[in-house]
Design a binder for this molecule. Structure first.
Ligand code: CO
Length: 215
């Protein structure tokens, strides 16, 4: 029984791939042959790993247009080698012009961070969100409904992660040589599909604190 269920799940994926192969085969633009040679995306998307927020579908973009990194609650910490490697490759090799940190309302990671429940190893990852809460505890505590508290922290978390990206040596060095690079904070409303710009875009060092801007 168990095995049968597993097999059915996999078959669905392979059938889906057959549809995709048909689409590739019938494509007359030659874009897939072009893509097979390399990529040249202008956008790096850093989003939540949540299955409901796929970068391409949400933005109407095609394969080759968005370089993607996703983790639980779209966190950007300076010690995460995976995130730093994606960022370095995107900025220094692909020369993307935009980085979008995309959170989403109802984020399970943010909800968990606002609770006292233990979930396992992930609790340590979620501490990064509890840190964001700590910076804005007064504002969040003043909100009554749990849902609204979570959504506020979702927005504040995006802003914090955008700031964290700005202060990486990778982004700092790009700005130092006047490489055009804008970092945006956005939030997805899953029920309407809307991608909301938080108007929290950084394009230079100017508004960062003094210690963050390397010479
Ligand atoms: Co999430």
């Amino acid at each position: 029984m168990h095995n049968k269920e597993l097999k059915l799940g996999l078959e669905k994926i392979l059938e889906g791939n057959n549809c995709w192969m048909d689409l590739v085969k019938n494509d007359k633009t030659g874009r897939f042959q072009q893509l097979a040679k390399g990529q040249n995306p202008e956008i790096l998307w850093i989003g939540c790993a949540d299955s409901r927020v796929p970068a391409n579908e949400l933005t109407g973009t095609k394969p080759g247009e968005v370089f993607v990194h996703r983790n639980i609650a779209n966190i950007c910490v300076h010690s995460d080698m995976s995130m730093l490697s994606v960022l370095d490759y995107a900025v220094n090799v692909l020369k993307v012009k935009h980085i979008i940190v995309a959170g989403h309302y109802g984020c399970g990671g943010v909800t968990a961070a606002l609770s006292r429940q233990q979930y396992g190893i992930i609790d340590n990852w979620l501490c990064h969100i509890k840190d964001v809460y700590r910076l804005h505890a007064k504002e969040i505590d003043a909100i009554e409904s749990m849902e609204a508290k979570t959504d506020k922290l979702v927005e504040l978390n995006v802003r914090e992660q955008v700031f964290n990206l700005c202060t990486t040596s990778i982004v700092q060095n790009a700005w130092k040589i006047d490489q055009p690079l804008a970092i945006h904070g956005m939030v997805i409303n899953i029920s309407t599909g809307q991608l909301i710009d938080l108007n929290n875009t950084f394009i230079s060092n100017e508004s960062l604190g003094k210690v963050f801007a390397f010479k």
